[in-house]
Design a protein around this ligand. Structure first.
Ligand SMILES: [Zn+2]
Length: 158
């Protein structure tokens, strides 16, 4: 099993490869390239290792970079760590990515509910998903490739 630091380096190496592949497959569309690359890069933070109850290398890095705002991120993902066994379904390629995307969606729905209830907001997360579905799909594709890289590093002896 690879360490958190190895996973982060693996994702950093994979990110330009994913961006290049998106550039080629997306007929040289700049937005597609950026979204796929950012999706892959975000695999460092929206990582399969969010299933760990103890603080990960990525979370420690996030806390350092975000001047403490990262505590909110760690708090938001604690139920995910309680829900999923470490290196269980959360580490399964594609399915693990889907669990994290659905978890983020559940958080967004909760935020929407709170905003509608307490701030009389009118926006709808479902309208955003419908409007930006192509962009979201490209981002998730990049994230899924990052998660696949995580899985490979856990199963290949270097
Ligand atoms: Zn892992």
């Amino acid at each position: 099993m690879a360490s958190g630091r190895t996973h982060n380096v693996g994702t950093l190496v994979l990110t330009p490869v994913v961006a290049w592949a998106a550039w080629e497959l997306g007929q040289h569309d700049v937005l597609t390239t950026w979204l796929a690359g950012i999706g892959c890069f975000c695999g460092i933070f929206i990582s399969p290792d969010l299933d760990m109850r103890q603080r990960t290398v990525s979370e420690t890095t996030l806390l350092r970079w975000s001047l403490g705002i990262g505590y909110i991120w760690i708090f938001l993902w604690y139920p995910y760590a309680m829900l999923f066994r470490h290196r269980g379904i959360s580490h399964t390629p594609i399915i693990g990515t889907v669990t994290r995307v659905l978890y983020l969606l559940a958080i967004a729905v909760l935020v929407q509910y709170l905003a509608h209830t307490f701030a009389a907001a009118q926006w709808s997360i479902w309208d955003w998903v419908k409007e930006y579905q192509r962009f979201i799909a490209i981002f998730i594709g990049g994230l899924a490739i990052s998660d696949l890289g995580h899985w490979v590093l856990d199963h290949v002896r270097l």
